[in-house]
Design a binder for this molecule. Sequence first.
Ligand SMILES: Nc1ncnc2c1ncn2[C@@H]1O[C@H](COP(=O)(O)OP(=O)(O)O)[C@@H](O)[C@H]1O
Ligand SMILES: [Mg+2]
Length: 263
Amino acid sequence: MRRIAVAMAKGGVGKTTTAVNLAHGLALRGHRVLLVDCDTQGQTAKFLGVAPSHGLYEFVTGRDAQGGALTKQQALHATRDNLWLLAGGIKLVELKNWLGEQPREVRQSILAQSLVPREGALDYLIYDCAPGWDVLSVNILMAVEEVLCPVSVQGAALEGLKTFFGYLMSAQRQNPSLELKYVLPTMFDRRTRQSFEIYRRLHRLFRKQICAPIHYNVRLAEAPAAGQTIFEYHRQAVGAEDYTHLIQRVLDDDGKEKFKQGT
Ligand SMILES: Nc1ncnc2c1ncn2[C@@H]1O[C@H](COP(=O)(O)OP(=O)(O)O)[C@@H](O)[C@H]1O
Ligand SMILES: [Mg+2]
């Protein structure tokens, strides 16, 4: 099983769009995927057109908002064939408080300890991270091996990138198997010189990690309002083609990752 965090300190760069479409694209190819929404905004469920009553909070704490006991299975929401969701949302504020109250020596690894699927149950565990940096972000980076980093090539794209990589490096000291695996340029617009310039700079900085860009695509922006992934909303859209390339890139690494894990 591969564990991938879609993470970037900045908001609005396409993390949720990427996590949702990557997860569904893999699920459509027959892989079993669990998508975990780690954002208090709870957008992942909306993007998938579902409204689960339970999610990550209940999964980790083992209780619901009223304090009643709940099994891990009850916290999971089946959204599509092969695709399950652990929803985020405002209850994650509580989860962060709860994490903060746990003993210091275990606080950062609670997610890694509690989210351990049965052998063979899942092929991919994908975390849709929140912007910023807190006890939950640290927990995610302790629970994954791979980081996929979407970088918008619009506006002040590289701003905050250095700080974010500083965080990643400090997380790597505690989790040596953590690797910045993919840098994904997003919102690429052929009409702007800026898109090409920033892409070139990213390419120079991350020769190994850089992926083919995701273009700015209106269909990608529209799909969440319909509660659909791009593969459901408009399969012929440029956005669907771009995410298909990303999925292929991730799949191409399957053999290598399994070899590393000794499976
Ligand atoms: N490639 C794209 N082209 C056009 N709109 C996009 C693209 N990627 C994301 N969006 C839109 O931009 C907004 C922010 O994207 P989102 O995935 O929610 O970012 P984040 O999770 O990093 O905050 C959303 O409204 C989304 O629909
Ligand atoms: Mg998001």
